[in-house]
Design a protein around this ligand. Structure first.
Ligand code: 6PG
Length: 242
């Protein structure tokens, strides 16, 4: 049923390498299945550090193949910097995927973090997304519960229609000015996968999956037709006993 939401699936692996392998394996399984029904597969990549291991594993598992030509790469968020900046999420994905896989520039849709004003950059990326649902949104979670660049107490969390907005990260985050897809954009996706590893994330993962009285962290607000959490044992320590 369109828009039906099933409970999140938790996939717990021994360690970060296990998460990278499992997520990459599931990625290729999902794509092989989807491409029997559709010509292309639209993925929004996550930024930060955690996904890099999965991105390398994607290329290791499928270094070549026509399947790569049927993928369209987008981004869930970007820092308000250009593509060469050390903190650019696009730059991380380029180093981990695009420099090694048979992907051509027209398949890569980076968020123009260098554009100003940022709301124009956001509207430009909404045009790039063209209102077409993503097949898969990859996400990480910060220790404060943010995901993409949707931060706690941010007005971006209340957005009901825009798919891309400017955002501001709290002090202490790399590059405070951001651009991010919104909860409505993620909710329109077929699947949203979280990749979360490390003991420093155990508390926030528990807050997300065992809600108490606190306001839910932004990552807990994520809906999609199917949501999967790829966790290592350290990050899952507060939700599953192993
Ligand atoms: C970003 C990411 C952000 C990230 C989390 C977790 O641009 O930083 O979109 O949401 O996924 O901060 O980052 P780590 O994987 O580095 O812990």
């Amino acid at each position: 049923m369109p828009g039906a939401v099933s409970p999140p699936v938790l996939s717990v692996e021994r360690d970060a390498e296990g998460v990278a392998y499992a997520a990459a394996h599931s990625f290729w399984q999902s794509i092989d299945a989807a491409l029997t029904e559709r010509p292309t597969f639209r993925i929004a990549l996550a930024g930060g550090h955690t996904p890099a291991g999965m991105y390398h594993e994607l290329v290791r598992q499928r270094p070549t193949g026509e399947v790569w030509k049927r993928l369209q790469f987008f981004f869930g968020d970007e820092r308000a910097v250009g593509p060469e900046h050390p903190d650019s999420n696009y730059r991380m994905a380029k180093a981990a995927i695009f420099d090694h896989a048979p992907v051509s520039p027209p398949q890569i849709h980076r968020i123009p973090g260098e554009l100003r004003p940022l709301d124009e950059a956001a509207r430009a990326y909404e045009k790039t997304l063209a209102g077409e649902p993503l097949d898969l949104v990859l996400l990480g979670v910060g220790a404060d519960g943010h995901t993409a660049s949707l931060f706690p107490d941010s007005p971006t969390l209340a957005e009901k229609s825009r798919w891309v907005l400017p955002a501001t990260a709290p002090p202490g985050n790399a590059v405070r000015e951001r651009l991010t897809i919104t909860l409505p954009c993620i909710a329109s996706a077929r699947e949203a996968w979280f990749l979360v590893t490390g003991s420093e994330k155990a508390r926030v993962v528990a807050r997300i999956h065992k809600p108490g009285d606190d306001p839910p962290p932004p990552a807990a607000l994520v809906r999609a037709t199917r949501v999967v959490w790829f966790l290592d044992r350290a990050a899952a320590a507060g939700v599953v006993s192993l």
